[in-house]
Design a protein around this ligand. Structure first.
Ligand code: UDP
Ligand code: MG
Length: 312
């Protein structure tokens, strides 16, 4: 099969018929053998009924329905598991992403040899202040910390080699950082394509103002996990030692001063309390490191590696 199109959706019953007939016409025009996996992320409207009707009419449109709303990452992860095409393309269900981009996104994977191609909504049709500006800052932070030079990490429209989606696991809210997950899995050829972005025609956005707070927290998590997930003590231990030593040296100085300087009132000095606190913080960081090591050693995927080739 040429291409699998994975569409995560939550309460998008109005958009679905139009989106699906558009995908169908693009795929037919370009003579692609395809499947569309519609992942209903626990919609409470008529989305699933619409999906059933679409499936009746054309069984290349498949559906997966969650019992409740788990989030876009979970929906993508299930879609990726089910996808069988050589190229896997993801797109949002709200028709902000245009199915007309499918052939070119696929061509870049097949002919130019990209592992993954991310869309770039160069001209965005979203509210400037609540989305566009925070999004610029957030993308800059993601570029800086991951070394992947993309303008638009969180674009819903992306294409992948099948092998890429089978090698990564999208969980929590990590759909914003799939390029980073792909890079970790060893896929380095990550491209970008300017894609058409359209205003939302039906329904409302499913992510509120907290998307950016969460986005930054998740970025911090993902960078930490990537670097120290398997050796947390090297992070906490170093930090803890530095803190402890600062406090320890300061207290030694203060104790010496107490015995050598006349009328030295140790407990009247703010530095005394700061030194104590620093030592306590250092000790706690160190202990956190031990606990984190215990947790990491018990993780079921602690020895899961992606083996590319073998000679026996
Ligand atoms: N979505 C989902 N589960 C959720 C929230 C969103 O599957 O919990 C889907 C949603 O239906 C849409 C896509 O993720 O197809 C992007 O969501 P949205 O358009 O609301 O985000 P925005 O375009 O505002 O960034
Ligand atoms: Mg949208």
């Amino acid at each position: 099969m040429d291409v699998s199109i994975v569409v995560p959706l939550f309460n998008e019953d109005e958009s679905l018929p139009e989106l699906c007939s558009w995908i169908e016409s693009v795929a037919t025009t370009h003579q692609l053998s395809y499947e569309v996996i519609l992942v209903d992320d626990g919609s409470t409207d008529d989305s699933w009924k619409v999906i059933e009707e679409i499936h009746q009419h054309n069984n290349r449109f498949r559906g997966i329905k969650f019992q409740r709303n788990y989030g876009k990452s979970a929906a993508l992860n299930e879609g990726f598991k089910a996808a069988q095409g050589d190229v896997v393309i993801t797109m949002d269900a709200d028709m902000q992403d245009s199915p007309d981009e499918i052939p070119e996104l696929r061509r870049m994977i097949v002919e130019e040899g990209y592992d993954m191609v991310s869309g770039w909504k160069k001209k965005r049709y979203d509210n400037t202040f609540t989305k566009n500006i925070p999004s610029k800052i957030y993308n800059a932070a993601a570029r800086k910390s991951s070394g992947i030079m993309l303008h638009d990490f969180n674009c819903g429209l992306k294409s992948y080699k099948r092998k890429v989606v089978k090698s990564i696991e999208v969980f929590g809210e990590m759909h914003r950082y799939i390029p980073i997950l792909a890079k970790w899995a060893g896929f380095r050829k990550i491209g970008e394509k300017v894609v058409e972005h359209r205003p939302r025609k039906y329904g409302v956005t499913k992510f509120g103002w907290n998307r950016f707070v969460n986005g930054f927290l998740d970025l911090a998590t993902i960078m930490f996990l990537g670097k120290f997930g398997k050796r947390p003590m090297q992070f906490f231990g170093l930090l803890g030692t530095v803190f402890f030593l600062i406090g320890f040296i300061a207290s030694i100085y203060l104790v010496i001063a107490k015995f050598t300087v006349a009328d030295f009132a140790l407990t009247n000095r703010p530095s005394f309390y700061i030194a104590l606190t620093t030592m306590i913080i250092g000790m706690q960081l160190f202990l956190t490191g031990f606990i984190a090591e215990l947790v990491a050693r018990n993780a079921s995927e602690r020895n899961a590696y992606l083996v590319e080739k073998k000679l026996d």
